[in-house]
Design a protein around this ligand. Structure first.
Ligand code: FAD
Length: 120
């Protein structure tokens, strides 16, 4: 079996922006790519909701669809316009997945995204 340290290093070194949140989308962990993409050092986002990345113009229906999937313990993939720490906007391709405990109960969420502004 793989040592836990390897999982940590793999996530730390991933080029995808990766964050882990509690069951209310409050950030517990963010990797270095998250900082590169969003401009937020991990220390500034820990404890805050992922909604700090929200562009204020995204229709609520988009978030309702996202949360509708997560409530059913299903992952959601899609694109969102996000806002960096400096206020600039970027197009994000995201995958957000529930993390379940051994009993199948939701405990956390895993968020992965990348900036696809250039590719669009
Ligand atoms: P909110 O008030 O947060 O939510 C809008 C609607 O979403 C609400 O009316 C409600 O229907 C639903 N909703 C919100 N929170 C919950 C909840 N805990 N349970 C059930 N339904 C809920 N958003 C981004 O804009 N960019 C991101 O990169 C991003 N990454 C995320 C990564 C992860 C791992 C998770 C879990 C969430 C992420 N979100 C992201 C979603 C984010 O948490 C907010 O819900 C979203 O940004 C909308 O924020 P808001 O304050 O405008 O509205």
């Amino acid at each position: 079996t793989l040592p836990p340290r390897l999982f940590y290093e793999a996530v730390e070194q991933s080029s995808m922006a990766i964050s882990i949140t509690d069951d209310r989308a409050r950030i517990l962990y963010a990797n270095p790519a998250f900082t590169r993409v969003t401009g937020y050092p991990a220390g500034e986002v820990i404890g805050r909701n992922e909604s700090i990345l929200s562009d204020q113009h995204t229709p609520a229906l988009v978030y309702e669809t996202l949360w509708g999937r997560l409530r059913q313990l299903q992952p959601w993939s899609g694109r969102l316009v996000n806002r960096r720490r400096d206020g600039s906007r970027y197009l994000a391709e995201l995958n957000i997945a529930p993390v379940l405990d051994a009993g199948g109960r939701l405990t956390h969420y895993l968020g992965m995204h990348r900036d696809i502004t250039e590719m669009h």
